[in-house]
Design a protein around this ligand. Sequence first.
Ligand SMILES: Nc1ncnc2c1ncn2[C@@H]1O[C@H](COP(=O)(O)OP(=O)(O)O)[C@@H](O)[C@H]1O
Ligand SMILES: [Mg+2]
Length: 269
Amino acid sequence: MAEIIVVTSGKGGVGKTTSSASLACGLARAGKKTAVIDFDVGLRNLDLIMGCERRVVYDFVNVVNGEASLRQALIKDKRFENLFVLAASQTRDKDALTKEGVEKVLKDLGEEGFDFIVCDSPAGIEKGAFLAMYFADRAVVVVNPEVSSVRDSDRILGLLSSKTKKAEDGGRVQEHLLLTRYSPRRVEAGDMLSIKDVQEILGLEVVGVIPESPEVLQSSNAGVPVILDEASPAGQAYTDAVARILGEERPMRFTTVEKKGFFSKMFGA
Ligand SMILES: Nc1ncnc2c1ncn2[C@@H]1O[C@H](COP(=O)(O)OP(=O)(O)O)[C@@H](O)[C@H]1O
Ligand SMILES: [Mg+2]
C-alpha cells in the first residue's frame, strides 16, 4: 500500500511546493516509487518546479472527471524512472476536486505499486487543502520561523487531528515539522524564531531545517528540484530530511551561523 504524505501549511508562500518537489525526488532517488500530486487547482506550480510543464497534457481534474486515465495523466520524470507527476488543473473551478474522486486516484496509485504519494497542498483551510490532507498517513507541516507562519500552522495541526480520515477512524496522522527559509544569522539577531522556539510552540518533532538559500529560486527557474543541487545547503538539508522520513537519524546541519575565516573576512567571499 502506498504511504500518503501531505505537504501542508497554514500560510501560503512558505515553501510547500519547493518541498514537495524535493521530497518526492529524494524518495525516488532512494529507490521508492513515488508520485507527487499538485492539489493547488488553478495555480499549477509543481510541474514548473519539476521541469515538466511542457509535457502536461492531462491533469488531476481530468482524471477525477474521467476525461483521462491515470496512466495518461501521470508524467514520468526524465531523471528518475520511478518518479511521476500529476499536475494541477488550471480551471478556475475550485470545487473541481471531490473527495470520492481524490480517493479513487489515491487508491488506483496504490494499486499501481507506488510506495509514496506526496500531496502538494494549497495554503490555508480551503477545500483543496482539506482534500490534500484528508487521506494522509503523514503530514509534513512546512513552517517559516516567524510568528504568523507558526500561528497558522497551529490551526493546520488542529485540522490534521480532527478533519482527516485517520482522525475519524480513531487514529492519527503522523506529523513532521519542516522548517524552511531558516536563517541562522537572523535568528541570532533576534529577527526570527529559533528551531527550539518553533518546536516548543508547536510541540512537533523536526524532520528538517532548510536554510534560506538563493539556489532554491535558481533551481526552480531551471526546473530542477533543489535537492538535486548537491552543492547547495538547501539541497543537502532536503536530502537529510528525506533520510529522516525514511527512518534514518541524522544530525541537523546549516542551523548555526558559519564563523568566517580570515580570508573570507578579508575578501568578503
Ligand atoms: N529555502 C528557501 N530559500 C530561499 N527561498 C525559498 C526557500 N524555500 C522556498 N523559497 C521561495 O519561496 C517562494 C514560495 O515557495 P513555494 O514552494 O512556492 O511555497 P508554497 O508552495 O508554500 O506557496 C518561492 O519563490 C521559493 O523559491
Ligand atoms: Mg505551492
